[in-house]
Write a protein that binds this ligand. Sequence first.
Ligand SMILES: NC(=O)c1ccc[n+]([C@@H]2O[C@H](COP(=O)([O-])OP(=O)(O)OC[C@H]3O[C@@H](n4cnc5c(N)ncnc54)[C@H](O)[C@@H]3O)[C@@H](O)[C@H]2O)c1
Length: 373
Amino acid sequence: MDKLKYALIGAGGNAEKKHIHGYKELHDIEVVAICDVDIDKASAMAARHNVPNVYSDYKEMIQAERPDIVSVVTPNFLHAEITEYALSHGVNVHCEKPLSLHAEEARHIVEARNRSGKQVMIGLNNRFTNEAIYLKKWIDDGNLGHIYSAKAGWVRRSGIPGRGTWFTDKARAGGGVLIDLGAHYIDLALYFMGMPKVSYAAGRIYQNFMQTGTRNRHGYTGIENGIFDVEDAAHGYIALENGASLALDFSWAANIEEERFYVELMGTKGGATLINGTLNLFGEHNGICLDMKPKLKINPFLQLTGEFRHFVDCIKDEKQNLIAPAEHGLYFAEVVDAFYESAETGLPVVLNAGSTEKSIGNEANAFNAGGNV
Ligand SMILES: NC(=O)c1ccc[n+]([C@@H]2O[C@H](COP(=O)([O-])OP(=O)(O)OC[C@H]3O[C@@H](n4cnc5c(N)ncnc54)[C@H](O)[C@@H]3O)[C@@H](O)[C@H]2O)c1
């Protein structure tokens, strides 16, 4: 079979660390072009990775190259616009998280995806780690029982991703740490919980470090006098219609000992923690409490390519269950919209019964990491 043509939109940090490497490794993918409004960035990345064509306009690139797949790795506010344009030109889209700034945009993406007959996958790489794949299967096999309580967080001591850049500009990012790091770890907790309908969100957001020049994430530079109108911390609570609760704990900057990213799940039959990448399982047998630690075999190739291989396989075989489809981005956007509204009004925000349109369901995780777990 011919190789599928792949093109990259947005040649910044994440594209370099993740997308270009992942797709380049796949035997059935041909990387045909890179686009960035900053053509020098596109050219430099293309030179580093032997990619033949560069563009500064994504519409021109899509029309000229007719790719089968594009990655959208631009600032958040462009995700919806570019994804819809690509879909309308018959292109499958691997869009970085968050899928959109708001639920309304995500709804339009789902509609555009349905019209196009193509696929949209969100770049939720934390769902593709060996630990997450193993834990999802462990949960789907019933080992935790009903997950009645969970905690999700990503707290950094000095982790502002460029003070004054697009990341701290609400119009371009959609929000601060909640939408940035929450897109990974709120998502992961709700994914493990089976994405139940949300009853209400109650939260507070804070801006304690916006004037502080010392809390940029290592390796990220800021822009002097750039906009900083988003939160650097978000703490709150999500109540779920199945009776479960989810506590949220997020900061780009805080006076804490060290960075921690985690999901803790408490179920009627068992529990699990995934803390800084380490998975532990808890249970009981014959009246004795048990601690379990899966010995996961790490396959470096699959660690690098799992997310990308999965998307290409789902494009080639539509019967496969996509792990991170656009609907999950809509679900997350509804939670985020409600959380920010709660922070603004000071009151819990009840989601309409029809709002989280359906419980996304606890669909079997079709992804198999090729026996590496
Ligand atoms: N999955 C992850 O772990 C992860 C990690 C980091 C970032 N991200 C996401 O990836 C996206 C990009 O983040 P980043 O850190 O790479 O940002 P970045 O600022 O380093 O890169 C964004 C790039 O997009 C380019 N760009 C802007 N407008 C464009 C347009 N109209 N057409 C083409 N290119 C355009 C910019 O010039 C820049 O090179 C964000 O949505 C972010 O949330 C995800």
